[in-house]
Design a protein around this ligand. Structure first.
Ligand code: FE
Length: 306
């Protein structure tokens, strides 16, 4: 599959333990915009440079973690085609009617071998970005905090990594841009459905269905440093950084939302083209692969997931 049915990450639904606190974190500090609330009390947010109505859905629950991550597909035909292919692959597949999430069309929900819930959808209401499409300004000063440009990707931890890799490559048409091997065993897979270094990534883990981080794009290394300043000023829990990843080459900082869900803001990263070879990192270079400057993994990176 070259011109892909799957366009890009579209939204992520996460559980938070205190909704008001979470909304403050994602609006005042990450710089997202609240765009809707629904009858179930879920809060919808988007980043300033996104056009569709939302990319983050917050739901109050007793435990943090990810409910689902969704990808936007080309059109209704692609959605139907992929729905069938997912069922043939052996996924449990469910159609969720339009409007179950506010401003979103029909979704096809499926489970992955790593134990995560994913969704595909073809339609979401157009909201518009903060600068418009005619002679747009190059930046915004109407949003606060880190002013994240967009929801970019998730890193997920789960059990059957080989199974999810097969699913994303063979059914959804993703490419394996980078991988981490421990001997013959695949321990990390960084997958792209676009020109980005990754749109979704998985790490092998002994529990299914875990969230490592939800990532948002910034413009530059300077903005990553500014994000770190904001974290210190407002007492946001920093996991690691600012630093750089060997994998994807992104400049990054990890931090936690008030419920303990890990966030990332990052800038830059390598470009993926479908004819590029997969880059391999070996287990003995894992420290450098994940944190290029420290060259060692911190215990948090491996152990703290929601
Ligand atoms: Fe990331």
């Amino acid at each position: 599959m070259s011109q892909k049915d799957v366009l890009r990450p579209g939204h992520v639904g996460i559980r938070v333990m205190d909704l008001d606190e979470a909304v403050r974190h994602y609006t005042d500090h990450v710089g997202l915009i609240e765009t809707a609330r629904d009858r179930e009390g879920r809060v919808y947010l988007k980043a300033w440079d996104e056009y569709d109505w939302f990319s983050l859905v917050l739901r109050e629950a007793d435990e943090s973690g990810m409910d689902f991550m969704a990808f936007k597909v080309r059109d209704a035909e692609a959605l139907a085609r992929l729905e069938q292919a997912l069922a043939e692959f052996g996924c449990r597949v469910e159609r969720i009617p339009a409007g179950e999430l506010a401003h979103c069309g029909e979704r096809v929900r499926f489970d992955s071998p790593t134990g995560h819930h994913f969704e595909l959808y073809a339609e979401k209401d157009f909201y518009g970005n903060e600068v418009g499409t005619t002679n747009p300004e190059a930046f915004v000063d109407t949003v606060g905090g880190m002013a994240a440009n967009r929801f970019d990707h998730c890193l997920l931890y789960g059990t059957d990594l080989d199974g999810s890799l097969r699913l994303f490559r063979e059914v959804l048409g993703f490419d394996l841009a980078e991988q981490v091997l421990d001997g013959e065993t695949l321990v990390g897979a960084f997958l792209s459905c676009s020109n980005k270094a990754h749109d979704i990534a998985f790490i092998r883990h002994d529990e299914p269905g875990r969230l490592h981080h939800v990532s948002f794009l910034l413009d530059s290394w300077e903005e990553v440093l500014r994000a770190a300043d904001i974290m210190s000023k407002y007492g946001i829990s920093i996991d690691i950084g600012p630093t750089r990843h060997g994998i994807t080459r992104g400049k990054t900082i990890y931090f936690f939302d008030p419920s303990g869900n890990r966030n990332e803001v990052f800038a830059g990263g390598s470009t993926w083209y479908p004819d590029h070879p997969t880059i391999t990192w070996t287990a003995d270079s894992l420290g450098k692969a994940i944190f290029y400057h420290d060259r060692v993994l911190n215990e948090n990176f491996l152990a703290v997931v929601t």
